[in-house]
Design a protein around this ligand. Structure first.
Ligand code: FAD
Ligand code: NAG
Ligand code: NAG
Ligand code: NAG
Ligand code: NAG
Ligand code: NAG
Ligand code: NAG
Ligand code: NAG
Ligand code: NAG
Ligand code: NAG
Ligand code: NAG
Ligand code: NAG
Ligand code: NAG
Length: 577
């Protein structure tokens, strides 16, 4: 973009947002208020869409006969921890805390699965009514209706969002879950591109989930950069990619955003657009990292695919009751990362104050090459056994493909493991290669003090080779090696006063870590209480992201927690500041 066009765009967007601010009411219309659409308004919407309107309920309502007389409580209890089941319910989030709502006075509106608490079932943060979208036209009708009636809109795909961004109290829902179209094309040409610009690509509807996307490319002998979770229930073409999209194979092929060729999207004026490097390039830039629920409703994403190649996994597990021994081991593990990165590794490690489990993989790396990379660390660890280190696993294992590794580990068993079906609130930081190289002991100590983190080794390699300015993504990702996440949780029925204390402790631990790492973090897996979310999630890209936001969403229909433009709204996100 030339500077001149840039200035014109900025002025135009100022003008548009000024006009929008003058024209639209201060607050969104919520359920229960006089402004809420009448039954006849909803009937005329229903006449324009392919499915009946839906009335989402908290999943546990099935256990309260007065709330949901036809519900099957056994089904809800059986599937509480099943991410695929939860994503099938229009009223369910993956973490049930986001289905509930805490009032300023400490009262909690919720529908607890634990019926013995004796609390009546309430709607909490679950939307009231919505569109079960099956087509672009359904989404356009829903968007126009929300704008016309000034509704608080929730856009939900799978409900995995860790900041509860896909639900809102008293809101109108557009549910993208059933947009399941999947089209593989070995010679895909982006809209507006010359016919010689072809990609081996797959186009995924907004509701396609990773398990489905992986099966679809496996059938073609290809691989996709995608999310990793039990059952593969995370959305492949919604919030995951819009916020960045990390993967164990991102170090080989880049993040989700680095693999997008094209988006199709409905914007707040109801228009259906294609965004790629040839058309709406500004929007294409912003959609790659500017965050879900912010620029419009994406209807499909086209990704490049990669050849299916063998890989070698590195598995390691050890623990010790001797703090000094374990500290030594973990600091050495941290120190190893620049080498692991050069050698093509990525993956996950689970770390407590006295134990570690490592699940790393390196694509297209032979077992002999992998051994050469990890052997110095294994020798170091072996030497610590005389000082009380227990090593239970230390091996490298060859696999035929990412798919075969993935299916071995992530085939569902669905035991109780946060966040799915359990209350979970996060804190996280990106850790740069520079910090890891200069202060591995400091990082190691800070992480062990947290006593329970997931160390995501999902950056470095190809992620750091992408020009930071080529996408809207937080440039901090390009310097990072690791994304570290920890969390707090509680049981249903915990009073708001105790929740407040748990949140304060999490905030303090985040502050401790930030002193060492700086405050950059991953938009999709982070604290709901960031002090400066604009910098933390978007860094130097924030101003440009906001300008583009105002061009494509001048009425501010799409507002989510800590998203671009959210600072123009109060903490409820219902009223303009
Ligand atoms: C069990 C689990 C495993 C995870 N694993 C990974 C992982 O491996 N890698 C990783 O990077 N992240 C992972 N995440 C985090 C994940 O990226 C986020 O939860 C992300 O928000 C999920 O997007 P979704 O569309 O599936 O979820 P939703 O909660 O439905 O949506 C998330 C956000 O995107 C918006 N949105 C959804 N669809 C659209 C659309 N079509 N157009 C516009 N906005 C939309 C929503 O409004 C909301 O703001 C995981 C989360 C969980 C709970
Ligand atoms: C209720 O759900 C359980 C568990 O999924 C299932 O076995 C049972 O058949 C269901 N009952 C009815 C009446 O649908
Ligand atoms: C989710 O819904 C799909 C489509 O109806 C169904 O095939 C699948 O079995 C459901 N998954 C679970 C875990 O209920
Ligand atoms: C707290 O506020 C809510 C919403 O205003 C109200 O419904 C509820 O009765 C209040 N609870 C208490 C204990 O005051
Ligand atoms: C349900 O609540 C009761 C009463 O507080 C408590 O004793 C029990 O442990 C809870 N069960 C679960 C699964 O949280
Ligand atoms: C899905 O594919 C079918 C068949 O190709 C097509 O008719 C339909 O319009 C597509 N739906 C969406 C939402 O793209
Ligand atoms: C793949 O894309 C090309 C170029 O747009 C088009 O000509 C071809 O029909 C597509 N093939 C399939 C299978 O959709
Ligand atoms: C390591 O963990 C195992 C399993 O929990 C335990 O049996 C063992 O005692 C632990 N070893 C040390 C040194 O802490
Ligand atoms: C070892 O670490 C644990 C957990 O962090 C802590 O409680 C304990 O006091 C430490 N012990 C020593 C001797 O430092
Ligand atoms: C895999 O490695 C081989 C040998 O080093 C190389 O020729 C090939 O291009 C690599 N393939 C991929 C997809 O990286
Ligand atoms: C093993 O540990 C001892 C003492 O902790 C140290 O002197 C020695 O250099 C270590 N050997 C290796 C191969 O790291
Ligand atoms: C790599 O190391 C493993 C032990 O983890 C050993 O079993 C295997 O033989 C080694 N393979 C090669 C090719 O070096
Ligand atoms: C934060 O660091 C301080 C000073 O090192 C320590 O006393 C405190 O326990 C830490 N707090 C948390 C929540 O980690």
């Amino acid at each position: 973009m030339t500077p001149l066009i840039n200035i014109v765009t900025i002025r135009l967007s100022w003008l548009l947002s000024a006009v929008a601010t003058l024209a639209s009411p201060q607050c969104r219309c919520l359920y229960g208020q006089k402004c809420w659409p009448t039954p006849s308004d909803f009937s005329s919407l229903e006449a324009q869409i392919s499915q009946p309107l839906i009335y989402p309920l908290p999943p546990a309502s099935a256990c309260y006969p007065t709330s949901d007389p036809s519900g099957n409580c056994t089904d809800v209890q059986t599937n509480q921890f099943n991410g695929n089941w939860r994503s099938n319910q229009s009223g369910s989030m993956q973490s049930p805390n986001f289905e509930s709502f805490i009032f300023d006075n400490g009262s909690i509106s919720a529908c607890y699965l634990n019926t013995t608490l004796g609390v009546p079932c309430q709607q909490g943060c679950v939307p009231i009514i919505g569109v079960d979208a099956r087509s672009v036209g359904d989404i356009q009708a829903g968007v126009r209706f929300a704008v016309e009636h000034n509704l608080r809109l929730a856009v939900k795909n799978t409900g995995h969002d860790y900041l509860g961004r896909s639900t809102a109290r008293g809101s109108f829902l557009i549910w993208t879950h059933h947009l399941k179209n999947t089209t593989y094309n070995a010679s895909f040409v982006p809209a507006g591109a010359p016919s010689v610009e072809t990609y081996d690509a797959i186009t995924l509807g907004a509701g396609v989930q990773w398990n489905e996307a992986y099966d679809a490319v496996q059938a073609q002998g290809r691989t996709l950069v995608g999310g990793v979770s039990e059952g593969g229930s995370v959305g492949s073409a919604g919030g995951w990619v819009l916020g960045g999209g990390h993967s164990a194979i991102a170090p080989a092929y880049g993040l989700g955003v680095d693999n997008v060729i094209e988006f199709n999207i409905v914007t707040s004026n109801g228009e259906y657009l294609t965004a790629n490097s040839h058309t709406h390039a500004d929007l294409f830039w912003a959609l790659r990292g500017g965050g879900g629920g912010t620029y419009g409703i994406v209807t499909s994403v086209t990704y490049r695919t990669h050849p299916s190649v063998p890989l070698t996994a590195f598995y390691f597990a050890a623990n010790s009751t001797n703090n000094e021994t374990f500290n030594n081991l973990f600091a050495e593990f941290v120190r190893l990362h620049p080498n692991l990165s050069e050698a093509g590794f990525g993956g996950y490690a689970i770390v407590s104050s006295n134990g570690i489990g490592v699940f790393y993989i390196a694509l297209n790396v032979t077992q002999a090459q992998a051994n050469e990379t990890v052997d110095p660390f294994l020798t170091f660890a072996q030497n610590l056994t005389s000082q009380g280190l227990d090593i239970s696993i230390a091996s490298t294992v060859p696999y035929l493909s990412f798919y075969s590794w993935y299916t071995e580990w992530y085939t569902p068993t669905f035991s109780a493991a946060p966040p799915v079906g359990s209350i979970d609130e996060l804190a996280s930081r990106l850790i740069s290669r520079d910090t890891i190289e200069h202060n591995p002991e400091g990082i190691a100590n800070a992480i062990l003090a947290l006593d329970g983190v997931v160390w995501h080794f999902v950056a470095g390699g190809a992620v750091s080779k992408v020009d930071p300015e080529s996408t809207g993504l937080n440039p901090a990702w390009r310097k990072a090696l690791a994304h570290v996440v920890w969390s707090t949780g509680w049981v249903e029925g915990t009073p708001a006063s105790e929740i407040k204390q748990l949140r304060a402790a999490l905030a303090q631990s985040l502050k401790n870590v930030t002193d060492l790492t700086g405050s950059s973090a991953y938009y999709n897996e982070a604290s709901m209480f960031e002090l400066n979310p604009q910098y933390t999630f978007f860094g130097s890209h924030y101003d440009k992201l906001k300008v583009i936001k105002n061009v494509y969403d001048p009425v501010g229909l799409f507002v989510v927690t800590e998203g671009v433009g959210s600072e123009d709204w109060d903490t409820s996100l219902n009223c303009r500041r």
